[in-house]
Design a protein around this ligand. Sequence first.
Ligand SMILES: Cc1ncc(COP(=O)(O)O)c(C=O)c1O
Length: 383
Amino acid sequence: MKMKPMPRIEIQLDKIRHNAQILKGLCEAKGITVTGVVKGVCADPQIVNTFIEAGITSLAVSKTIHLEKLRKANIQATLTLLRTPGLTEVQNVVKFADISMNSEIKVIRALSEEAIRQEKVHKIIIMVEMGDLREGVMPKDLPDFIREVLKLPGIEIVGLGTNFACFGGVLPTEEKMQEFSALVQKIKNQFSLHLPIVSGGNSANINWIMETDDVGAINNVCLGEAILLGRETANGKLIPNLFPDAFKFVAEVIEAKQKPSFPFGYRGRNAFGESIEFQEQGWTNHILVSVGRQDVFVPGLTPMKPLKIIGASSDHIVMDGKNIQVQPGDEIMFAPNYGAMLSLMSSPYIHKTYIEYKGSKHEKQSSVYSFYKHNNENKIIQR
Ligand SMILES: Cc1ncc(COP(=O)(O)O)c(C=O)c1O
């Protein structure tokens, strides 16, 4: 009998393509282009190709190694580094990126010197801090900052950008977006800048895009999670008409036994230095699968059957199987959130399996939707 690879992440490409097409249409109807963020899938070329097939020709990653990977795969798209580069990365950024997002003058000076060395003009988007407290130049410092950048040869400012709900959870409200637009307009006027890219955020901006009557100066968003997992990240809600289940994680049962629910013997800390609390529930249906914290961000997994994850060590997830009967060799399927997807796609220990349904038929969409809605809605992590 031919065994399926284990553990594996199943990636349904047609669902990702569908999500990308719908979001592209939705944003373009408001005059906003979509940059597809593929860092969450380790810049996987097959997934990247589905973005391109959906008409998304601007892609963003957060690691120079991913820029190089996309160049080597001959991906025909504009490539942006969406994290301000480290000084040690400058050479590869100029070599492999079309555009990088930046917030430090020291780094931009280094990019300028490197661009001259490589006989190139390197394009940059200057990131603006609008309150979320990750990257960005403070608005009050922006004019002086831009004045300095404009002096640098080999550097072209092609845009201004900002980000919301990535660290501090600050939301892209109508007021915030108007404030950013007004700032952009002021800078454009002050420096007679063209600024082809004004990037207003990420998957947390979906509600704003759908609801606003006036996108102001914003003409771009960088979308990762919305395309990959069909979810807006401001409230963690599913986006109507998108597939939330393009990614499924499948692990193999390696032990299934009746065991006490409470550890027996003197207790100290576990392998991760933690003291876990257990509840006495008598004997339970104890299930182990052959993956652990080395492979996946375990809190980001939701079992697709009524099982409960109790905890995990490096190479095991321990579950209370409730009334589910399984035996070694059986498969247990999980819905990954963004953090779990990111770890699974980055792990060399997880097989990547691609599925492509050519027809229009997808499995009972309404029950799938309600599973994700009820189980996964609030499982969002910072990144
Ligand atoms: C600068 C920037 N823009 C956009 C994104 C994409 O975010 P999301 O997956 O919420 O769309 C990220 C993070 O992945 C980011 O760091």
